[in-house]
Design a protein around this ligand. Structure first.
Ligand SMILES: [Fe+2]
Ligand SMILES: [Fe+2]
Length: 482
């Protein structure tokens, strides 16, 4: 099993690496998705075309009609997908496979004369919503419904039932965190499908027996979606190397061996990571990105300090381990925590989306303290020796953790943590990161940065908990209130 997983991981990794290389070919999606658009287009077109031609027949005009429909449909598909910012090759491949499978299964169901109210859109939308993103799931629901209605000769009923079923799959709950959420998801699909069937019946459009098809089909669709998701969700997550919320919650458990090790061997770093997590989570909520991912990423961002904990200020209880080292040697030790962290976490089986936080949390910044120390003491002054290798943060979540990390460390050393001082420090640090281009490769907006700064200030004020001085006040129980 392990071999199969590493086989798929290798394919996706080398695929992504190959695509990142500059190519002469123009790729329309290059900016948003590192995937060769033509390859995905051809694969999906051929599959959908096959399904349609199998349905309508092999006469020239039917092939031409189906071909034109597929071209229009592919245009719509890429227009939707282009709007999704955070995709990767395995997410794109899964989305393509799910859409094509739903189409082929509908075609198969029709050929076996299974009721047209029996739609596969809810199962596809649920899977994509929980493993890829809500936006992709919405687009898939619409795209599948379009083809399904085409297969049923433009039947509006099928389109409506299929699309509403897809919406039901995304309506509730927003995330799968526990197993009961999958049941609630099935219930939501049932309610939406039932409502759609009743609406059609009341309008006199429903072409079948309401009791027989209007209730039986929604029940069967939601029950089978429940069985499908509960049985295959972990398999899809594993094969496509994707990380669901359930997996993130597992990784965020403090009983995880790596977090336990961090707590025991580098308690200062562990505490710092918890603070960074609190800041990152609050900031992620404020700009509407994945707060769970930001929190878990923050827990792991400095695990590379395990083993060399005494070289990092937050763990130094007695004496400074750098006193006997040259600045360039000190920088080497500090810089190594990024590479070391990625290695340690990968060995502990931590998912790739969390490894990104470790690799990107310092971007390509310079270890300023030792760079300046070298300049003063006449040590090696080559800037590259003191610079983190990167890469720069690629997502809004990793960018948040980079900023939270720096802000947390800086605010610790403020002697007078007043509101103004904290606010100034936060804004100075964020401006520096922005001006030096560290945020250039992630889809973060100026509005986001503004909000993140405000949330950091607010959270840090409450963390540093400035105590009010009641000494002059005429309050007998002032001490008890603190
Ligand atoms: Fe770090
Ligand atoms: Fe850190």
């Amino acid at each position: 099993m392990g071999r199969v997983k590493s086989f798929f991981s290798r394919i996706f990794k080398s695929w992504a690496a190959a695509l990142e290389k500059p190519s002469k070919n123009k790729n329309v999606l290059k900016k948003d998705i590192p995937f060769p658009a033509w390859m995905l287009g051809v694969l999906i077109s051929l599959s959908v075309l096959t399904a349609l031609v199998a349905e309508f027949g092999f006469e020239k005009n039917f092939i031409a009609g189906s071909g034109l429909f597929v071209i229009i449909w592919i245009y719509a598909a890429f227009s939707f997908i282009k709007t999704e910012k955070e995709m990767n090759p395995s997410k794109i491949l899964l989305s393509g496979l799910v859409i094509v499978s739903a189409v082929l299964m509908t075609q198969f169901a029709k050929s076996r004369e299974i009721s047209m109210y029996f739609v596969f859109t809810p199962a596809a939308a649920s899977l994509l919503n929980f493993l890829v993103s809500r936006r992709v799931a919405e687009s898939a629901a619409l795209l599948i419904s379009l083809i399904v209605s085409f297969i049923y000769l433009g039947n509006f009923e099928v389109f409506f039932i299929s699309f509403v079923g897809g919406l039901g799959a995304m309506a509730f709950p927003r995330r799968i965190i526990k197993r009961s959420d999958i049941f609630l998801n099935a219930l939501s699909i049932f309610v939406f499908l039932l409502a759609a069937n009743f609406a059609l019946q009341l309008l006199g459009i429903h072409s079948s027996n309401l009791i027989y098809d209007g209730i039986r089909a929604p029940f069967l669709v939601s029950a089978l979606t429940f069985i499908f998701i509960i049985s295959f969700f972990p398999l899809f997550e594993w094969v496509f190397n994707l990380t669901s919320d359930v997996r993130l919650i597992e990784l965020g458990d403090f009983n995880h061996p790596l977090l336990k090790k961090l707590m025991i061997e580098a308690p200062g770093t562990y505490h710092h990571s918890l603070m960074v997590a609190a800041l990152a989570e609050a900031a992620a909520v404020s700009i509407n990105c994945n707060s769970l991912l930001a929190r878990v990423g923050a827990y792991y961002h400095d695990v590379g300090k395990i083993g060399k904990a005494q070289y990092f200020i937050e763990n130094q209880l007695e004496g400074n381990a750098h006193e006997t080292l040259k600045p360039e040697m000190s920088a080497l030790v500090i810089l190594s925590h990024v590479k070391e962290g990625v290695k340690l976490a990968a060995e502990a089986g931590v998912d790739e989306c969390v490894l990104d936080f470790i690799a990107q949390h310092h971007g390509t910044t310079i270890v300023q303290y030792f760079f300046r120390k070298a300049a003063v003491s006449g040590g090696a002054s080559d800037e590259t020796i003191y610079r983190y290798p990167g890469p720069l943060p690629q997502t809004r979540e990793t960018a948040i953790v980079m900023l939270a990390d720096s802000v947390e460390a800086a605010c610790r050393s403020i002697e007078d943590p007043s509101f103004e001082n904290i606010k100034d420090t936060v804004h100075k640090i964020i401006n520096n990161y922005f001006a030096s281009g560290q945020l250039n490769e992630c889809p973060i907006t100026l509005k986001n940065i503004q909000k993140i700064g405000d949330v950091f200030t607010k959270t840090l004020i409450s963390i540093h908990h400035i105590r009010l001085d009641y000494s002059d006040a005429d309050k007998p129980s002032a001490e008890k209130q603190q």
